[in-house]
Write a protein that binds this ligand. Sequence first.
Ligand SMILES: [Ca+2]
Ligand SMILES: [Ca+2]
Length: 268
Amino acid sequence: MKPSTQILIAAITMACLSVTKGAVSTTLFSDNFSDVDTSKMPHSTELNADGWYFVGGEGGAPWTTGEDSVSPLSGTVLENQGSSAGWQYAVRQFPAMTLSKTGDSLTVKLDYHVKSTDADGAGGHLDVALLNTSGSIENNSFTDEESNPLLNAKGYSAYQFCKSTPTENIFVKIKNGADPFPAPKTTLRTSNSSPSVLGDSNEAHTLIFSLVKGESGIEMTWTVDGTVVGSASDMDSPYNVFNTLRLMAPSATGAHLDNISVVANIAK
Ligand SMILES: [Ca+2]
Ligand SMILES: [Ca+2]
C-alpha cells in the first residue's frame, strides 16, 4: 500500500469516527413543491400524494397550491387561500425524533410571503408547530374535535401576527394539537424579542423555528431573515418527541409557503 493511500484511509477513518461521535444531521423532509402536478385538480389531492394533509373543524376545506416568484419563493408553492381553508391546519408527518441529549435539535425552515397586506385585522397570524401525534395521518380530516387526528398531540408552536408593522412572536406549549386557535394553551415566556414585519406583501421572509434540548428542558428560538425575534424555554415537564409539522397561515390575507424543511441534529 502506498503511503498516500494509507494517509487517505487514516483520514477517512478519522472522518467516520467524528461523524459517529458527533451529531448527525438528517433532513427529515424538504419540499419546494416542484413535484406537484398542477395540471390535475384538486391540487390538495396532489399535495396529499406528497405527504401533506389538511385538518380542521367541520366545514373546513384543504389548502391548495399557488405560484409565487418573490424570492426566495419560486414556482409552485403551498397556499392558504383563505375562505373555508382559513383556520385549517396543514400537516406533514416525518419519522419520530427524540431530543434526548443536550444539544439535540429539530429545526423547521420555510420561506413565507403574504398574498396581500393585512389591514392589521384579527386572524392574520402564522403558526408553526412541532408536535407528537399518536397515529399516522393519511387523509384530510374536517370533523369534530374528538375525531381530529391531532387530538391530544403535544408539542410547541411559534406564532406571529402578520401585519404591516413589526410584531413580536409568541411561543406556546401545546397540550392538544386539535385545539382551534386561540384555545387555552400555555404561553411560554418570551425574551430577547426583536419585533419584525411579516405582513408586507412586497417582501418574502425566511423563517426558522428551532427546538434544542438544553440541560434541563427544551429551548426554542424563532428567527426571521436571520434575526432572532424571540426565544423561550420549557423546563416544566418538557416534551421531547416530535413527528409532525403543523402549519396555520393567515386566512384574512392568504399566504404562500415554499422551501419547507425539517432537519434533525441528533447526537449518536
Ligand atoms: Ca416552489
Ligand atoms: Ca414535494
